[in-house]
Ligand binder design. Structure first.
Ligand SMILES: Cc1cc2nc3c(=O)[nH]c(=O)nc-3n(C[C@H](O)[C@H](O)[C@H](O)COP(=O)(O)OP(=O)(O)OC[C@H]3O[C@@H](n4cnc5c(N)ncnc54)[C@H](O)[C@@H]3O)c2cc1C
Length: 367
């Protein structure tokens, strides 16, 4: 949803056509299911295979591993279309896990897992914590997106407890089906994102074959995570801008329809000014995220800029959505209005994928 006459430079004809396919699929298959997904705290298991058939999973993974053979532009389109439709579906997590496997997995690992992930037969989840917290294969416990349905968990584990700090961390791919000691905890009752499956995972004395280690040796997990977090943070930033743009669009329609004191809300100067501010902020965000996407496509997006994008764009997402909710008045607090859901769903964007405070720490390190 471009502001003014602006169009993102990374959107070419191929990406535009792909967007039309994704939009049609999401509107037909996912939007009507949202109430059910919210009620059951997660999507239908069949949504994954349907998404696989529609070609919206692993869009930027090479075709030889079952992926779409596209670029991050295709992933960005999926993220944007889901955000614009108000749909929560963990395809970005699926892609993040796939990219860990693609970057560090052996040929055998890639061929074993990626095609099944692309078809939606195997759902991926990622279980890691910030470096300072560390994590332990025995008894790690955290909240994990796609946790309930995950057949494959990319786990950051302390494989050498004798080594202090980040050096003893490795990435291990855990195949959860029938695995003794692996347990999915309760589905967590969240403030928002009710349609997203978020669970606690337990790994009690779980044993994982050495063949499931990602990378050539143990202890590489931290640097692997640092390398790949750029992808995850850019993904969060992309959805932040799409939500901000959607908030402005739905509010613009609302304030034209709703009247107070005998005139449409849009006729009040405060409404126009607030919405003008929100539209401007969303557009600044769009230009920034587009520059990040272009740099990522060129292999030039650094971790500091990705941290800036994640922190700044999610902060602004929350500000814009909050202002737009205010312009709706009491109806903005009713969940039947999209702005209310955007408000509750947005809040977590400042927390996960590395909290915004951690992003500022990273940026500050570059000063
Ligand atoms: C809905 C949801 C889904 C999630 N999905 C996943 C997932 O799929 N996989 C996964 O691995 N994790 C997931 N998480 C976990 C998420 O990444 C963490 O919640 C997040 O990294 C923050 O860690 P924490 O909750 O332990 O907060 P804490 O680390 O306890 O932080 C608490 C507060 O202290 C601040 N703080 C901490 N350290 C510092 C510091 N050094 N300097 C300044 N401030 C600091 C934080 O910014 C925060 O404000 C999910 C979380 C949520 C809520």
């Amino acid at each position: 949803m471009p502001s003014c006459a602006y169009e993102s430079r990374w959107v070419n004809d191929d990406v535009r056509m792909f967007r039309a396919t994704v939009r049609q699929f999401v509107q037909k298959e996912f939007v009507p299911a949202q109430d059910r997904w919210r009620e059951q705290h997660g999507c239908d298991a069949t949504a994954w295979t349907a998404a696989g058939r529609a070609g919206i999973l692993l869009t930027d993974v090479p075709e030889e591993y079952g992926g779409g053979g596209g670029t991050f532009a295709h992933e960005a389109v999926v993220l944007e279309e889901l955000a614009l439709a108000g749909v929560h579906f963990g395809s970005v997590i699926q892609s993040i896990v796939a990219h860990y496997i693609l970057a560090y997995g052996s040929e055998e690992q890639k061929r074993a897992w990626l095609p099944r992930m692309a078809r939606g037969e195997l759902v991926g989840a990622i279980a890691m914590s910030e470096p300072a917290a560390g994590s332990d294969l025995q008894g790690i416990q955290t909240f994990i997106t796609n946790g309930g349905q995950a057949g494959l968990v990319c786990l950051a584990a302390k494989t050498d407890p004798k080594v202090m700090g980040v050096k003893g961390i490795s990435l291990v791919v855990v195949e959860t089906s029938g695995l003794p000691g692996y347990r999915v905890g309760r589905s967590l009752d969240k403030v928002g994102m009710h349609a997203q499956d978020t669970c606690e995972l337990f790994f009690d004395d779980v044993r994982v074959p050495l063949a499931n280690l990602l990378g050539p040796a143990e202890g590489k997990g931290f640097s692997q995570m640092m390398d790949r977090l750029v992808y995850e943070r850019l993904g969060v930033a992309v959805s932040a801008v799409a939500v901000a743009e959607r908030a402005v669009a739905v509010t613009r329609s609302y304030v034209k329809e709703r009247s107070a004191f005998g005139k449409p809300l849009i006729d009040f100067q405060n409404t126009r000014f607030k919405l003008a501010e929100c539209k401007t902020a969303a557009h600044v965000g769009r230009v920034f995220v587009d520059s990040c996407i272009e740099r990522f496509l060129a292999g030039q997006l650094d971790d500091i800029t990705a941290a800036m994008a994640k922190y700044w764009l999610t902060d602004w997402q929350c500000r814009i959505v909050d202002e737009c909710l205010q312009l709706h008045g009491g109806y903005g607090y009713m969940t039947e209005y999209p702005i209310a859901r955007m408000w509750t769903d947005s809040r977590v964007q400042r927390i996960y994928a590395g909290s915004n405070e951690i992003m500022k720490e990273l940026i500050a390190c570059s000063l």
